[in-house]
Design a protein around this ligand. Structure first.
Ligand code: BGC
Length: 449
């Protein structure tokens, strides 16, 4: 027998031995991918974007031509201020067991140092309405909008900003401590900094890196203050320790040119600055959990000559994008989660969603992202809930009403609410506390792109 023949004989024999040592191939599991008991399934929204009838720094900003891309103003928004019960009924009917909402500082403290008790009571009713429907509350103290008096003093740059914010949070903790399950002090500080003090497309419309760093410092301290205030007040009531954290917009970055050292270094730098700096400065002991808001996957190309673009360019060619032109990469939520495990804290997905008016993509995106959340849990990450952004279409900041993020569509003329197909897909997941196999099969098991 030729050397070749002998070789191949030995090979195949050895190969069979090796096969017999392999664990039995797992049969294909046609079962629901179950999430942990008590997992929170909800949706998220914010006061200014949904309520209507607000009077804050944004309402002035919206009036100036050019500030809102589609020319709209928040105005009546979704009239959620009056229709919150209807909206929570819808969430409940869609099997959700939690809601994330925020309250308007400008309503609660319309003038410096003066509480509007009618508004304080209003928000108690809103929170009670969530509880009455058997849902848990994730509560955001501050979601981008400022009272006009605070903005006039310089907003977060004003010398007493931390005290003013601390006093407001003290009121919230005293008034709502018995109704809130999870506290978010500040929503997406990094997005606020970039939009308001970097790109200057949100009020106060500043483009100044030094001022941006100043505000960054103030916000980390404001968060620390709020963290302490909430614990002091809520923990003293009994009923367990408060859970307090922030909602951080986490971006997954990828070098556009794989062999480029500049792009690779920039990715490292951007990840550190955008995703981690707030936790480093505010210190990990002021976070009981990490809230992840996930929307963006950036393939970035370093552009040293473009300081006005923060020295980089985002590329989306050959990628699927949302109605707003943002790259869609739901599976990358896995990396977003893994990147935040370094703090050793429980994680909530406090926002995730897509602007997609015809809903052609949203069902697939929800399943694709949740499949990765499931895998992260299986890999040992302590993830406790998922809040889809958003329950209803709403006012998408500088994009106006044309960015449609809702599981439920809004007809802004009649205010009629109509659940989209994705709302029912998500409802099925919420009901099962997991992803039914039928959904995975229907989407294609890979649920990739
Ligand atoms: C914000 C929301 C916003 C959503 C979609 C998040 O950055 O918290 O206010 O509407 O993303 O852009």
């Amino acid at each position: 027998m030729s050397a070749l023949g002998q070789d191949s004989e030995n090979h195949s024999h050895g190969g069979l031995d090796y096969l017999s040592e392999l664990p039995q191939a797992r049969p294909h599991i046609h079962e629901t991918r179950k999430f942990p008991e008590g997992f929170l399934w909800g949706s998220a929204s914010s006061s200014h974007q949904a309520e209507g009838g607000n009077n804050n720094d944004w309402t002035d900003w919206e009036k100036i031509p050019g500030h809102i891309l589609d020319g709209s103003q928040s105005g009546r928004a979704c009239d959620h201020y009056n229709r919150y019960e209807e909206d929570f009924d819808i969430a409940k009917s869609l099997n959700q067991n939690a809601q994330r909402i925020s309250v308007e500082w400008a309503r609660i403290e319309p003038e410096e140092g003066k509480w509007d008790m009618d508004e304080v009571v209003h928000y108690r009713k809103v929170l009670q309405a969530i509880k009455d429907r058997g849902m848990q509350v994730m509560f955001t103290c501050w979601h981008f909008t400022l009272p006009k008096w605070f903005a006039a003093k310089g907003g977060w740059e004003s010398p007493d900003a931390i005290d003013r914010f601390g006093r407001y949070v003290e009121l919230l903790a005293s008034e709502y401590g018995d109704l809130v399950d999870i506290w978010i002090t500040i929503n997406e500080p990094m997005v606020y900094l970039l939009q308001s003090y970097g790109a200057g497309v949100w009020p106060p419309g500043v483009r100044n890196q030094f001022r941006s760093v100043h505000v960054f410092g103030k916000m980390t301290l404001a968060h620390r203050r709020a963290y302490k205030v909430i614990h002091r007040i809520v923990d003293a009531r009994g009923g367990g320790k408060a859970k307090v954290g922030i909602a951080q917009n986490v971006i997954t970055f990828e070098p556009y040119r794989k062999q480029s050292i500049a792009d690779t270094l920039f990715v490292w730098f951007a990840d550190r600055m955008f995703n981690h700096q707030f936790f480093i400065w505010s210190r990990k002991d002021s976070h009981d959990f990490i809230g992840i808001n996930y929307y963006f996957h950036y393939r970035i190309k370093n552009r040293p000559e473009k300081p006005s673009q923060f020295f980089f360019e985002v590329h989306t060619e050959n990628r699927e994008v949302s109605d707003l032109g943002w790259e869609i990469n739901a599976p990358a939520i896995f990396d977003a989660i893994m990147g935040m495990t370094r703090y050793g804290k429980p994680i909530y997905i406090s926002e995730h969603g897509v602007a997609n008016a015809d809903d052609g993509k949203r069902p697939r995106i929800i399943v694709a992202a949740l499949k990765e959340v499931y895998h992260a849990i299986k890999a040992g990450v302590d993830i406790r809930g998922y809040f889809h952004w958003s329950l209803i279409d709403n006012f998408e900041w500088e994009k106006g009403f044309s960015g449609r993020f809702g599981l439920v569509a809004i007809d802004y003329t009649t205010m009629k609410r109509t659940p989209r197909r994705s709302a029912y897909v998500y409802a099925e997941i919420c009901k099962e506390n997991g992803i039914p196999h039928t959904l995975l099969r229907y989407m294609g098991h890979g649920v990739r792109w």
